[in-house]
Design a protein around this ligand. Structure first.
Ligand code: ATP
Length: 453
């Protein structure tokens, strides 16, 4: 059972994202561009942490995967061969009453009659196919000969560069090529905040193998990807694996899983893991006339490899991280009275700022100097935020709201004024438990690095 949609929670999350600088509407001062989003100072850090961690576990920690970074502008022949020019479309229906353009799966059905979800209108056009690709022109001539597309997925440049990368990396099957980058789809109805955007980022791995390994590797990568989400703080209990039924899978796929997450607006896809067989490489080989085969030196066989593709969305995962982290609880104020607190419980690995550093008083030069020293000590290892303004409880609260897992306070004990044994120690506060412990400045970077993971 998926949890019921929680519109109020989603509204609070969207408002926090703007208020604290995670995500802004694109071109906001001109009324906004639908389906496009800008990430602010904290959003960009969160996004980078996610992409860096994906790259670390998918590329750097493995012997069998290399990376690439392909161009966004794509030759039309690539997307003709892949089938996107012909078939990358959604069925679109217009409501004649309120003029809304709708994806046909968005219609609501009441007493067996299809209705517009916005106005309830029943006067609807017949469905027609709407291609989701953004077309542009390269160079000065704006005619048929200059058409190019903004890529609708990062995968195709991997297939097109397969032979070059195979040659330079000298990898043996099975091996993968990974890429993180922008993709563009002219979605009929962008919605649910960043969930369905027209410009978004993907993290894709094409893992090439022999035909007989395909189904086994599909299972392997599904499990690897589930572990990944757990390692960034999305619990297994909120993830669901949907086996895409035969009649809904792409015709060339022998097996596809959707990894779904319980968003506040319902259970929705985070990532697809698909066994795409040898379809893409075979198509490109056929249409380009260039061999894209693999030569097995042991068996002396030449064949087109098969591929398993875990394809994740950066923006969707960022949104899932924020939704998962958002919580409200009670914390004591300056006088010990309990007050409501908003806290983003990010996994420390994902948190945009890892540690807040606070001198107890801003007008005490010794406290300030010590706090600045600690900032300089930690900065080579992690993102740090220095804050000297306002009561200490307020400063903690500001960091809680952006998900900073650790707070370090420099007080008079640090200066050795009360007890010489406490000189050069600080209080280290944990965001979630709000517990404070006394640690030596000398050990601080090591302790924090271990806890960040
Ligand atoms: P959906 O069914 O939600 O349209 P899809 O099945 O078409 O998604 P894929 O083509 O499998 O998506 O793309 C892989 C991943 O790219 C998705 O799981 C998602 O995380 C991300 N993605 C796809 N379309 C969008 C979009 N419009 N906005 C944000 N992320 C997207």
């Amino acid at each position: 059972m998926s949890t019921p949609p929680d519109a109020q929670r989603m509204e609070k999350i969207v408002s926090l994202c703007k208020r604290r600088g995670f995500i802004f509407q694109s071109s906001e001062i001109y009324g906004g561009l639908n389906g496009a989003w800008d990430y602010g100072p904290l959003g960009v850090e969160l996004k980078r942490n996610l992409k860096n961690y994906w790259w670390q576990v998918t590329v750097h920690e493995r012997d069998d995967v290399v990376g690439m970074d392909g161009s966004i502008l794509t030759h039309p022949a690539v997307l003709q061969a892949s089938g996107h020019v012909e078939g990358f479309s959604d069925p679109m229906i217009d409501c004649r009453t309120c003029k809304a353009h709708l994806r046909s799966d968005q219609l609501v059905e009441k007493k067996g009659v299809k209705q517009c979800p916005n106005c309830g209108g029943k006067d609807l056009t017949a469905p027609r196919q709407f291609n989701l690709m953004f077309e542009t022109h390269v160079g000065a001539a704006a005619d048929e000969s200059s058409i190019a597309y903004l890529r609708p997925e990062t995968a195709q440049s991997i297939f097109v560069q397969f032979k070059n990368i195979l040659e330079v990396s000298r990898k043996k099957l099975p091996f993968g090529i990974a890429q993180i980058g922008k993709a563009f789809r002219n979605e009929i109805n962008p919605r649910n905040f960043t969930f369905r955007s027209r410009e978004f980022e993907q993290m894709e791995l094409e893992y090439f193998c022999r035909a007989e390994q395909g189904m086994e590797l599909l299972e392997y990568w599904k499990e690897e990807r589930l572990k990944f989400y757990e390692n960034i703080g999305i619990p297994r209990s909120k993830l669901h694996v949907l086996t895409v039924p035969d009649d809904e899978r792409a015709f060339y796929s022998k097996g596809t899983y959707d990894i779904e997450y319980d968003f506040p607006f319902g259970r929705q896809e985070l990532e697809g893991v698909a066994y795409r067989t040898d379809y893409d490489l075979s198509q490109h080989q056929k249409k380009s006339g260039k061999p894209l085969e693999y030569f097995d030196e042991e068996t002396k066989q030449r064949f087109v490899p098969h591929v398993v593709e875990p394809s994740a969305g950066v923006d969707r995962t960022v949104l899932a991280l924020i939704c998962e982290a958002y919580s409200e609880d009670q914390a004591p104020d300056e006088k010990g009275k309990m007050e409501a607190r908003i806290v983003l419980r990010f996994h420390p690995r994902m948190a945009p700022v890892k540690c807040g550093v606070f001198p107890l008083l801003k007008n005490n030069p010794q406290l300030v100097a010590k706090a600045r020293e600690i900032v300089a000590l930690l900065r080579p290892h992690m993102t740090v935020f220095y804050d000297e303004s306002g009561a200490i409880g307020r400063r903690y609260r500001r960091q809680d709201e952006i998900g900073t897992p650790f707070g370090v306070t420099v007080d008079f004990e640090t200066l050795g004024e009360k007890d010489a044994a406490l000189r050069d120690t600080v209080t280290l506060r944990d965001r979630d438990s709000m517990k404070q412990e006394r640690v030596s400045i000398h050990d601080l970077a090591g302790i924090l690095q271990t806890r960040i993971g």
